[in-house]
Design a protein around this ligand. Structure first.
Ligand SMILES: Cc1ncc(COP(=O)(O)O)c(C=O)c1O
Length: 500
C-alpha cells in the first residue's frame, strides 16, 4: 500500500494514541465526560450489503405512500454515534457524507443530548412559535449567543429561516426590495406600483434579475431554481426567469500547479460576467444581485481563487448589484474556517451571506441597508425554529471548546494528501483531487464507475456522496479526526483495487 494508506492495525493504535497524546483533542465539553474514542465506535461493522433486508422492507412500505427513488436505506438514529451512522439492519458505517453535509458535530453528541434532556428546554421543543410575530422572551439573547456570535465580517443583522432554499428565496427578495428602494429614492411606491404588482405586471413587479453561475446550486423552490444550473432533473418542466447565467471557472488541479492557466480562465469568466451585467441592463432586466457559492458543491466541487471572488465583489459594487454569497453547504466550519469566504481575506466580502445545513437553522446575514423596509415583506409563519437555534448555540460551544476548526483543517490535509496518493496509485480511475478543509472531492473516470465506487464503499462501511457528472464528494462532520480519514482511505483503496 502507499505510504499514507496505513494498515488497519496502525489505524486503531493511531486512534488510541491520538486521543492519549493530544490533550487538545480530548472531549472537554462539560457534557461529555468520555473521550470521543470511548464514546464512539471503533470502526465500521457490516452485517449485510446495503440496503439490507429490513431497509428493503421499509422502502417497499414507504413506497406505498411516496416516491422512494432517492431513499438509500433506513437508519437507526438512536444507535448512531459520532462519525458512525447505523442502519436498521445493524450495519455501522463511517459517515463521510453526513446527511448531505448537514451534521455539524456527529450523531448524538453528548453535549446536545444533555442540552435536550434539560427540562428547562422542554417548552422550546414543544411550542413552535410564529417567530415573526410572537417570539419567546429569550429569543434576542439566543440569536446573539448563536447566529450573531459567528456573523461574517461587517454584518450585525441576521434573518432566520427554515431551509437553504427558503433562505435564498428571501435573500433574493431582500436584494430586489433594496434595489427598487434605491431606484425610488425617498419617494415610496406609487399607486401604479401597488396596483400592477397585484397582477404580476411591471412596474410593481419589475423586470429585475439575479445573476448566477453555470454549475451553481441554490435550491429547488421556484425562484432560486432559476439560479440553479447543476442538473437538468432539478429544472425540467418548471417555468423559469430569463436571468443571466455567467460562466464559472473550470480550473485545473492541483491549483498551485496551474496558476497561469487558471488565472486566464478566471479572467475570461470575469470579463464575460461584466459583459452580461451590461447586456441585461440594456435588455431592460438589470441585475439587482449576484449569487455565488464559494465552492460550487452540487455542481461538482468546482473551486475558484480568492482573487476571482475579490474581483467579482468589485464588479458587483461597480455595477450597483448586491453580492450574495451562498454558504448553505460551505458554511459552518467544513473548509477549516467558519465561513468559506473568510479564505478570500476581505473586510467586506458580501452584502448577504445565506446559510443552513451545519448551522441547523436556515437564514441569512445581511448588511443594514438590505433590511426590508416594512413588516411582512420578508416573512413566513415559522421563520426558523427556536429549538434549532438552541442546538446551534451548543454546537458552537463544542466547536470552540474542542477546537474543531483546527481539527477540520488537520483532517482535511490528511484527506487531500490521501486522495493525491490514491490518484497516483490509480491514475486510470482517479483525477482532479481537490479540497479545502475536509470539503474535498475527486473525479472518477465516468459516471458508472463513480456510482460503483460509492456502492462498493458503502458495502465496506464508508459513506460518501456524488456530485457533478462524475465526482465523489467528502463531507465529514467537524468531529472527523485523522484516524477516521485513514479508515476511509483504506476502504477507498480496497474498492479501487477491486475495480482497477
Ligand atoms: C449551496 C446550496 N444552496 C442551497 C441549497 C438548498 O438547501 P435546501 O436543500 O435546504 O433547500 C443547497 C442544498 O444542497 C446548497 O448546497
Amino acid at each position: 500500500m502507499a505510504s499514507s494508506l496505513i494498515s488497519r492495525q496502525l489505524v486503531l493504535s493511531l486512534q488510541k494514541n491520538l486521543w492519549r497524546s493530544a490533550p487538545g483533542c480530548r472531549y472537554v465539553s462539560k457534557a461529555a465526560p468520555q473521550t470521543q474514542q470511548e464514546w464512539e465506535y471503533d470502526g465500521p461493522s457490516m452485517k449485510t450489503s446495503v440496503p439490507g433486508p429490513r431497509s428493503q422492507e421499509l422502502t417497499k412500505q414507504l413506497g406505498e405512500i411516496q416516491n422512494v427513488g432517492a431513499v438509500n436505506f433506513f437508519c437507526n438514529y438512536e444507535e448512531s454515534r459520532g462519525n458512525y451512522l447505523v442502519d436498521v439492519d445493524g450495519n455501522r458505517m463511517l459517515d463521510m457524507y453526513t446527511q448531505i453535509s448537514s451534521i455539524p458535530i456527529g450523531y448524538n453528541h453528548p453535549a446536545l443530548l444533555k442540552l435536550m434532556a434539560n427540562p428547562n428546554h422542554l417548552s422550546t421543543l414543544v411550542n413552535r412559535p410564529a417567530l415573526g410575530i410572537l417570539p419567546p422572551e429569550n429569543f434576542p439573547d439566543k440569536l446573539t449567543e448563536s447566529l450573531l456570535s459567528v456573523a461574517p465580517s461587517g454584518m450585525t443583522r441576521v434573518q432566520n429561516m427554515a431551509c437553504g432554499s427558503c433562505s435564498n428565496e428571501n435573500a433574493y427578495k431582500a436584494m430586489f426590495i433594496w434595489y427598487r428602494n434605491k431606484e425610488r429614492g425617498v419617494s415610496g411606491p406609487s399607486d401604479e406600483d401597488l396596483s400592477s404588482c397585484m397582477i404580476n405586471q411591471s412596474p410593481g413587479c419589475p423586470d429585475l434579475s439575479i445573476m448566477s453561475f453555470m454549475g451553481g446550486f441554490h435550491g429547488r423552490t421556484l425562484g432560486v431554481l432559476a439560479t440553479t444550473h447543476s442538473k437538468a432533473i432539478h429544472k425540467l418542466d418548471i417555468p423559469s426567469f430569463d436571468w443571466p447565467i455567467a460562466p464559472f471557472p473550470r480550473l485545473q488541479y492541483p491549483l498551485e500547479e496551474f496558476t497561469r492557466e487558471n488565472q486566464q480562465e478566471e479572467e475570461r469568466c470575469l470579463e464575460e460576467t461584466e459583459d452580461l451585467i451590461v447586456k441585461w441592463r440594456q435588455k431592460g432586466k438589470p441585475v439587482a444581485g449576484i449569487v455565488i457559492e464559494p465552492i460550487q458543491a452540487e455542481g461538482g466541487d468546482n473551486h475558484a481563487s480568492a482573487n476571482f471572488f475579490r474581483s467579482l465583489r468589485n464588479i458587483a459594487r461597480k455595477h450597483g448589484c448586491a453580492f450574495h454569497v451562498d454558504e448553505v453547504q460551505t458554511g459552518g466550519g467544513t473548509t477549516g474556517k467558519f465561513w468559506a469566504h473568510e479564505h478570500w481575506g476581505m473586510d467586506d466580502p458580501a452584502d448577504i451571506v445565506s446559510f443552513s445545513k451545519k448551522m441547523l437553522t436556515g437564514g441569512y446575514y445581511h448588511k443594514t441597508d438590505l433590511q426590508a423596509d416594512k413588516a411582512y415583506r420578508i416573512f413566513n409563519t415559522w421563520m426558523g425554529d427556536p429549538s434549532k437555534t438552541l442546538l446551534l448555540g451548543e454546537v458552537l460551544n463544542v466547536i470552540r471548546t474542542e477546537r474543531l476548526l483546527e481539527e477540520t483543517a488537520r483532517s482535511g490535509k490528511a484527506l487531500l494528501n490521501g486522495l493525491y496518493d490514491l490518484q497516483t496509485r490509480y491514475p486510470s480511475i482517479l483525477s482532479r483531487a481537490r479540497g479545502q478543509g475536509t470539503f474535498c472531492a475527486i473525479d472518477i473516470r465516468d459516471d458508472e464507475t463513480r456510482n460503483k465506487v460509492l456502492l462498493k464503499a458503502r458495502d465496506k462501511g464508508a459513506l460518501m456522496g456524488g456530485c457533478g457528472d462524475k465526482s465523489i464528494r467528502f463531507r465529514p462532520a467537524l468531529v472527523a479526526k485523522e484516524y477516521h480519514i485513514q479508515i476511509l482511505l483504506n476502504v477507498l483503496n480496497d474498492v479501487l483495487a477491486q475495480i482497477k
